[in-house]
Structures are given as structure tokens and as C-alpha cells.
Design a protein around this ligand. Structure first.
Ligand code: NAD
Ligand code: WQD
Length: 341
């Protein structure tokens, strides 16, 4: 029996494949490469020394998915596939609802048909909206979500919860990620954004290699210790290990469970910039501009539930995250694009 990894060539998926293979699991990746490259999987193979079987397919394509399910035997699906750019979701919401919602529905359909009823889903701290309190526990009420991307995540959660309720043979674990950054310590795999990065650390990394001129800091007038936004940055390899732990849990028939995956610590934009400068030795020019619409002041996890129940804890520091991002960026200034041109 294998683990189906949808979106396994992407940023978080590829790091998760590494940790799963290192833990002895057999995986099969399905990805349409709409936001990734097969090269990522070749590099995973270099890291783990194991072959990564994969199919190029769109999860919305039911007949392609059925063909895969007929050939393979899956005990669980870890579902990463989807679009994730907040800005794009505002300008092209139809694409986000189609890919994220229809994709998940089509996948569930095929999983039901072939009786694979264990699912680990990539959700996001974005479902808390402007959180009612910090640190955020899993029972913090969902807040008002200000963009279509976030709404698709929240809807996907609800769809999966309803399905599990209707058919208790399903086991569903919803993982709410905080802010994943960093890269595998080898520097072989990492985040490879298309166009100008929307997220903080990939942007800083591109300023550091002088692909971008300066970082625009979105507001220094928040009620935080230095006025800039505070987030819970988590190393992508720690996050990946969280999936291995969730997989162990889903096999114990938990029904429906939700876990925050974060470190429990918040860092400000200025603290991240200073840390990146320190580990790279490169100054990062910055300019403070007005707040980005939709941003909140502070967001960090109470990760206690995952620690207690999944026996999972992050081990990497902010300096590790910045150093690993820097190593990846230096070795691959254009992400995977160079390896594919
Ligand atoms: P990513 O874009 O790097 O990975 C997603 C992968 O899914 C890509 O390889 C893409 O080609 C593939 N894909 C997209 N649509 C597909 C389809 N219809 N069929 C098959 N493959 C498809 O993104 P990521 O950062 O690795 O995020 C993975 C998941 O985690 C996403 O669901 C995202 O919403 C969620 N998430 C990400 C973050 C983050 O900050 N990166 C935070 C919270 C949640
Ligand atoms: C972090 C901080 C910005 C860029 C987003 C999604 C969320 C989740 C993770 C998927 C904030 C500041 C940023 C820049 C800046 N993704 N910033 N200049 O907004 O917490 O979360 O990614 O689920 O859904 O919304 O992350 O990295 O964009 O921002 O000053 O150029 O950095 O204002 O305080 P965010 P981020």
C-alpha cells in the first residue's frame, strides 16, 4: 500500500516526500506541474536515494485519476494540490474555486469509489481570519476571511468534515499551517516562486541575491513590539515531519481531527530581516510603505495539541530557516527554472 501525494512536486509536497521516504513509506505523487517542475522530484530522489513514482495528471480529471487508482493501492492521501497565491485569488477567483474546490471534490469522488478513506489535508492559519486570540488554539473560532484563497481553504475543510460525518469510515486530519519558510538542508529543493514573490522570506532571499532591489515593509504602525507584523514562521522540513506524524495518527482511525502546525513563536518582519542579514552577511535594503490590505498584526500558533497528540515538535530555529532559505537561493538563484531551460 502506498501514500498518494497530490501536489507532491510543490514546495511543501516535495519536502514531505523526503520525510516520508526517509521514514520508510512508499509514496506515489500526482501533480499537473502547474506550479512546479519534475526536476523537484529528481532532486528528492537524490536526497533520499529512492525512486519517486509520479503521474502527471490533474486531480480534476476523474478518468486520469481513476486510471491511477486502478493501478496503485492507496491507504491514504495527503492532499497538497491546489492554488495558493492570495493576490491571484482576488483577481481570478473562478480559477481558485475551480481548482481548489472542484479538485478536492473530484479527488474525494475517486477516493470513495476505490475505498481510500484516509485523508490528510493542507489547510492554513488563514482560516482564523483576524484571530480572536493569540496564541491560536484549534478551537479558536474561524474568523472573517478576506480573500477567495482563504475561503477555498475554509470550504475545503467544511466539505471534508461533512464527508467524514456522513461516512465515519473516513478519517480526516486537517493541518493548519502557519508560515512555512526555509528549504531542505541540502540546498537541493526549496520554494521556486513564479514571478515576483508575494511572501516575505522568498522576497528577502531575492533581494539578497540582487534579483530585487529592496524589500517593501508593509506597515510599521501595528500594535506590535516594533510596529511590523508578527507571524509564526515554521521550517518546511519541520512541517514535513508533521505530516509523517499525522499519517501515523490517521492510521489509528481518529475520525476528524484538526492540528495547528506552527512553532508557537512569533517574529516580526524586522526580526526576520535582521536574522537573514546575520546568517547571510548580506545587507537587505528596506523601505517602509503602507499596510497591505487584508494583513493582520499578529498571528502565531498554540502548537500544544500537535505536541501532545502527534508527539510532534519543531526543532529548527529562525536562524536555521533563514540559513536554509539562503543556501537554496544562492545555489538556485532562479529556482528550478535554470534546471529546466
Ligand atoms: P505549491 O504551489 O508549491 O504546491 C502545490 C502543487 O500542486 C504544485 O506542485 C502544483 O503543480 C500542484 N497542483 C495544483 N493544482 C493541481 C491540480 N489540479 N492537479 C494536480 N496538481 C496540482 O504550494 P505549497 O506551498 O507546496 O502548498 C501546498 C498546499 O499547502 C496548498 O494546498 C496550499 O494552499 C497549502 N498551504 C500552503 C501554505 C504556504 O505558505 N506555502 C500555507 C498554508 C497552506
Ligand atoms: C508575512 C509578513 C507582511 C511581504 C500568507 C497567506 C497565508 C499563508 C501564508 C497559504 C506580513 C510582511 C510580506 C513583503 C512585507 N499561505 N511582508 N513585505 O501574509 O502571513 O500569509 O502566506 O495558506 O494564507 O496569506 O505571509 O509572507 O506574505 O507576510 O512586509 O514583501 O511579512 O505584511 O506581516 P502572510 P507573508
Amino acid at each position: 500500500m502506498s501514500i498518494l501525494i497530490t501536489g507532491g512536486a510543490g514546495y511543501i509536497g516535495s519536502h514531505t516526500v523526503v520525510e516520508l521516504q526517509n521514514a520508510g513509506y512508499s509514496v506515489v505523487v500526482v501533480d499537473n506541474f502547474s506550479n512546479s517542475f519534475p526536476e523537484a522530484l529528481r532532486r528528492v530522489e537524490k536526497i533520499t536515494g529512492k525512486r519517486v513514482p509520479f503521474y502527471k495528471a490533474d486531480i480534476r480529471d476523474r478518468s486520469a485519476m481513476e486510471e491511477i487508482f486502478r493501478k496503485e493501492k492507496f491507504e491514504c492521501c495527503i492532499h497538497f494540490a491546489g492554488f495558493k497565491a492570495v493576490g491571484q485569488s482576488v483577481t481570478a477567483p473562478w480559477e481558485y474555486y475551480d481548482n481548489n474546490i472542484n479538485g478536492t471534490l473530484a479527488l474525494i469522488d475517486v477516493m470513495r469509489k476505490y475505498r481510500t478513506k484516509n485523508m490528510i489535508f493542507s489547510s492554513s492559519a488563514t482560516v482564523y481570519g483576524k484571530p480572536a486570540f493569540v496564541p491560536i488554539t484549534e478551537d479558536c473560532p474561524k474568523g472573517k476571511i478576506v480573500n477567495p484563497y482563504g475561503r477555498t481553504k475554509s470550504m475545503q475543510e467544511e466539505i471534508l468534515a461533512d464527508i467524514q460525518k456522513a461516512d465515519p469510515e473516513w478519517n480526516v486530519i486537517l493541518l493548519r499551517y502557519f508560515n512555512p519558510i526555509g528549504a531542505h538542508i541540502s540546498g537541493l529543493i526549496g520554494e521556486s516562486p513564479v514571478g515576483i514573490p508575494g511572501n516575505l522570506v522568498p522576497y528577502i532571499a531575492q533581494v539578497a541575491v540582487r534579483r530585487l532591489e529592496k524589500l517593501l515593509i508593509y506597515g510599521n504602525d501595528y500594535h506590535t513590539r516594533d510596529g511590523t507584523g508578527i507571524r509564526d514562521y515554521i521550517h518546511v522540513s519541520d512541517l514535513a515531519v508533521g505530516h509523517v506524524k499525522a499519517l501515523e495518527a490517521v492510521r489509528q482511525n481518529p475520525g476528524l481531527e484538526i492540528y495547528n502546525l506552527g512553532t508557537g513563536k512569533g517574529y516580526s518582519v524586522l526580526e526576520v530581516v535582521r536574522c537573514f542579514e546575520q546568517v547571510s552577511g548580506v545587507p537587505i535594503p528596506c523601505q517602509v510603505v503602507s499596510r497591505r490590505p487584508g494583513d493582520i498584526a499578529v498571528c502565531y500558533a498554540d502548537a500544544g495539541k500537535a505536541e501532545r497528540e502527534l508527539k510532534w515538535k519543531t526543532t529548527r530555529s529562525l536562524a536555521d530557516m533563514c540559513l536554509d532559505s539562503w543556501r537554496w537561493q544562492l545555489g538556485n538563484p532562479n529556482g528550478y527554472h535554470d534546471a529546466c531551460s
